[in-house]
Write a protein that binds this ligand. Structure first.
Ligand code: SF4
Length: 356
């Protein structure tokens, strides 16, 4: 060890999944949940320790110490590629809720306790971000639309009054815009409408959203998904609001067969034809391989996370499918993406985001 006075604290999704790896690599403490202040005080630092899941009170997370970051102005990157022209930086990540009671089998957040910051705290948090120079927000909520309608409306009114721009990189449960058979167009407007500030020219309002389509053919398996026709109606309303950039994503499971790929092609072609009727909207159409986490954690894989951690990502299947080998699944995914969204093919080769 070069400098034993430096203590190494590790956390995050990978540390949660394989804490022993980080202990073996020299971490003093591995946090499988939030940082537990009591564990820091009690720790004698002579032996490494894994601190099991701990949740800080939500309000304790609502005042990030921006001054510890140095120059906040350097934070110009968004989650999903450079921000469009007119969107100001720096960009700050923010969340008003955490947890999600839904059951989506591929998601680590499934069936976790849903909590919302009290609205007054949420507004204080926004002031804190604004007063620290943050101009644009990336929402990191697991499922923002589980909030009550009145809360959402008050929150987004405040965001507009404060002049923020924002994006939803985590995806939204867009089926929540339906009230029975009625589409809540007013609520859609609160989230997605956007303008230019007449004096500064800054973009105010939404500039990008990720819409998790998840699947075109096994929609009954996910309670959050509405029938495709209803989903497309909601997407149409979002497009009508004037959102400049929209991303769609489908998850490719192990059971994918020829029909799955044909359904992705047909489903995306239908959405594309809708998107094309709105001038000035850029869209991206993705297909992701399943990462064997959550309910798929024990599935057979070709390499373990310790043997080949880089392989455990959305862009390569670390498993053979029921109908295709891993390589065939990969090739079929690339083929379908090339036919739907050639710019994604470029993205994969250059590592630079773009919109078709
Ligand atoms: S709705 Fe979203 S956050 Fe909730 S379990 Fe499903 S994918 Fe995860």
């Amino acid at each position: 060890m070069i400098k034993p006075s430096v203590k190494i604290l590790v956390g995050g999704a990978d540390a949660k999944a394989r804490p022993q790896y980080y202990v073996a690599a020299g971490a003093d403490i591995v946090f499988r949940g939030d940082v537990d202040p009591a564990a820091l005080v009690e720790h004698d630092w002579s032996e490494p320790r894994i601190v099991e899941d701990y949740r800080l009170p939500f309000t304790a997370l609502s005042r990030p110490a921006f001054h510890k970051l140095g120059d906040v102005a350097r934070y110009i990157d968004s989650h999903d590629g450079p921000v469009p022209e007119g969107v100001s930086t720096p960009v700050g990540f923010i969340y008003f809720t955490r947890g999600c009671p839904r059951e989506c089998d591929f998601c680590e957040s499934r069936r976790t306790k849903f909590e919302a910051l009290p609205l007054d705290d949420a507004i204080e948090m926004l002031k804190h971000y604004r007063d620290n120079g943050i101009r644009t927000l990336n929402f990191s909520d697991d499922n923002l639309l589980l909030l009550k309608r009145d809360y959402i409306i008050a929150l987004f009114r405040t965001l507009r009054e404060m002049g923020f721009a924002w994006e939803f990189p985590n995806g939204l449960e867009i089926g929540r815009f339906m009230r029975g058979e009625e589409l809540d167009s007013e609520l859609v407007g609160h989230l997605f409408q956007n303008t230019r500030d007449p004096t500064t020219g800054h973009h105010v309002g939404a500039y990008r959203v990720f819409v998790p389509v998840e699947t075109f053919d096994h929609r009954a398996g996910y309670k959050k998904l509405k029938p495709v026709e209803t989903q497309n109606r909601i997407i149409g309303e979002i497009l009508k609001s004037g959102i400049p950039e929209i991303n769609f994503g489908v998850v490719l499971g192990r059971s994918a067969d020829d029909h799955t790929f044909q359904n992705i092609k047909n489903g995306y072609d239908c959405i594309k034809s809708m998107v094309k009727t709105y001038a000035g909207v850029d869209a991206r159409y993705s297909v992701f391989h399943l990462i064997p986490i959550s309910l798929f954690r024990s599935m057979k894989t070709n390499f373990s996370a310790d043997e080949f951690p880089e392989g455990w990502n959305f862009y390569f299947p670390i498993y053979d499918g029921d109908h295709f080998s891993a390589m065939e699944l990969f090739d079929r995914r690339v083929e379908v993406i090339q036919s739907i969204d050639p710019s994604i093919d470029v993205i994969m080769k250059t590592g630079m985001y773009a919109y078709s």
